[in-house]
Design a protein around this ligand. Sequence first.
Ligand SMILES: Cc1cc2nc3c(=O)[nH]c(=O)nc-3n(C[C@H](O)[C@H](O)[C@H](O)COP(=O)(O)OP(=O)(O)OC[C@H]3O[C@@H](n4cnc5c(N)ncnc54)[C@H](O)[C@@H]3O)c2cc1C
Length: 273
Amino acid sequence: MDNKMTPVAATLIDKTEEVLDIVTLSLKMTDERPFEFQFGQFNMLSLFGVGEVAISIMGWKDDLLLHTVRSVGRVTHVLTAMEPGQQIGIRGPFGQGWPLESAVGKDLVFITAGLGCAPVVAAINYAVQNRQNFRRIVILQGVKHHQDLLWLPQYEIWRDQHNCQVLLAASEEHNSKKHWKLGMVTELLNNASFSADNCIVMMCGPEIMMKAAIKQLKELGVAEDAYYLSMERNFQCGQGFCGHCQIGPYFVCKDGPVFHYPQIKPWFGLGGF
Ligand SMILES: Cc1cc2nc3c(=O)[nH]c(=O)nc-3n(C[C@H](O)[C@H](O)[C@H](O)COP(=O)(O)OP(=O)(O)OC[C@H]3O[C@@H](n4cnc5c(N)ncnc54)[C@H](O)[C@@H]3O)c2cc1C
């Protein structure tokens, strides 16, 4: 897409209900030009007369672009209620993605909470498909309710890969804890196997979770230089014009959503940012 302010039309081909309130949209771009993206980037999805929201790019499947959306408010209610055949607008891709090139030869540690997994799914799939480039892959995912562990079949595929550890946690009590541990995602770090001095940690989810994870990673001896965070803020433009997503001198939409932790450390976790 050349002009990133003009949406390109896409047709909804298929809609998968993942769990209550969360759907994956499979979209066919009407624009024939190649659409390339970095893992961790996002698109702005728009509905005429409704509005526009930032949604992470999950990847491609059979020439269809995938976006997983949780229905939380005005625009996402309408997006998740769409039926195949309807059209939406897409602008993007926007932002900076995960540093997979500089992660070659290292252990990859993914720490995600809630639907926070969405920005890392494409990166995990890439790492799995290019297994020879990386050492161990560790995937830690935490949710509040076990029903929100929406990628159970995908977790099994990742778990079956060579040297790939998948640990899941849900923080509510439940009779059957077949697939997950009771507790917070950060508690899973105690059972994770990776080299503290040769890893890249990619995190996404609520900031309070990332703050707790950073504290624990430091205790495990992982240097700050190894942390990358995907930040979430509301914004309108996706290109640093509206200013709604500013963190210190940076804009989440343009300089993020993936940040190297030392870059945003002075403002991370502070109220008002
Ligand atoms: C880089 C990036 C990537 C993202 N990726 C994804 C993704 O892959 N999937 C995804 O589902 N989301 C993603 N999001 C989040 C998504 O952009 C927001 O959920 C979306 O903007 C919400 O828009 P909305 O119009 O549906 O909700 P809004 O109506 O704007 O509501 C947003 C929130 O405010 C609350 N709210 C609304 N009205 C009120 C009110 N009057 N009083 C109090 N609270 C209120 C809602 O309950 C909701 O929690 C991403 C965000 C960013 C920045």
